[in-house]
Design a protein around this ligand. Structure first.
Ligand code: GLU
Length: 287
């Protein structure tokens, strides 16, 4: 096994669809080609939206697609647990570090942002730029994050650059592209941005493969990586899959779940072919 460690990080909020298959087949292919390890991480932080039945279904669907992983919630591994709902102590530790560094502050604004923060910001539902209302509040002396929402204070005007393996050079400006972002909700749930950075680091992920709608989130996450003293992973943001009319598949909740396609007699090989036709998966690779 090489040093390459990749991951699939589905959220069990519904059935996997063709868009997931696209990203996950590419992620699996990159891990296989690098002779590395593939990790499945169950991103079940949002208790209101996640369901146990979808966890079982997503593992089944991934297996059906022919994806093979070496670590995950179903088989354990050195860096477990592999379900985010069981990793609270890691997130608290990171919260504490950011708190002691004076890089986060409690915030009492914006219910909508709070509702969204536990999930990855897809489908254009990204956090609005925060106007900074609570930024200058007197710093509270607290021992843990409970009872408050917490935001990361971005370094205004700082440029965040990275080279993406698929999309090329990327450049974002803190304060223009995004504002102080949520890292913790007062109901005790860490935000997606914090959880994913903490887990990718703890699980020694060397390359993050995901959809290109998360490029801006990557810029935020790089700020967190830097603040926490974590090394950056590499990134590969795949193009998004759209239907014939240009509607993003993730937005369609009808006939395109892998379950439905399978019930209708579609074989995993045909899914691979469809993904291949989108040009990002290469022929002749095992999975
Ligand atoms: N659970 C997130 C999602 O479904 C993962 C995003 C990521 O790969 O960082 O979209």
């Amino acid at each position: 096994m090489s040093q390459y460690r990749g991951r699939l990080a589905p959220s069990p909020t519904g059935y996997l669809h063709l868009g997931h298959a696209h990203t996950f087949l590419i992620a699996a292919q990159r891990a296989t080609e690098a002779g590395g390890t593939l990790v499945v991480r169950n991103e079940d932080l949002d208790r209101r939206r996640c369901r146990a039945q979808f966890v079982t279904a997503m593992l089944e669907d991934l297996r059906w697609l022919g994806i093979v992983w070496q670590e995950g919630p179903d088989q354990g591994g050195t860096f477990g647990p592999y379900s985010q709902s069981e990793r609270q102590s890691y997130y608290r530790e990171a919260w504490q570090e950011l708190y002691h560094l004076g890089l986060i502050y409690p915030c009492s604004c914006s219910r909508r942002d709070l509702a969204l923060a536990a999930s990855a910001p897809q489908d254009g539902d990204d956090e609005a730029i925060y106007p900074g209302t609570c930024r200058t509040k007197t710093r509270l002396l607290v021992k843990d994050p409970s009872d408050f929402n917490w935001r990361f204070r971005i370094p205004e005007g700082k440029t965040i650059q990275f080279r993406d393996g698929c999309q090329g050079d990327q450049r974002f400006t803190a304060g223009t592209d995004f504002g102080d972002f949520l890292i913790w909700r007062k109901d005790g749930v860490p935000a997606y941005q914090l959880a994913v950075v903490v887990d990718d680091h703890a699980m020694k992920i060397s390359e993050v493969v995901r959809g290109r709608d998360l490029l801006k989130s990557t810029a935020r996450q790089l700020l967190l990586c830097h603040a926490l003293g974590f090394a950056r992973p590499r990134f590969y943001h795949c193009n998004l899959v759209c239907d014939d009319r240009g509607v993003r598949l993730a937005k369609r909740h009808d006939a395109l779940s892998l379950r439905r396609l399978r019930e209708n007699g579609l074989m995993p090989e045909e899914i691979r072919t469809r993904v291949l036709s989108l040009g990002q998966l290469r022929e002749n690779s095992p999975h």
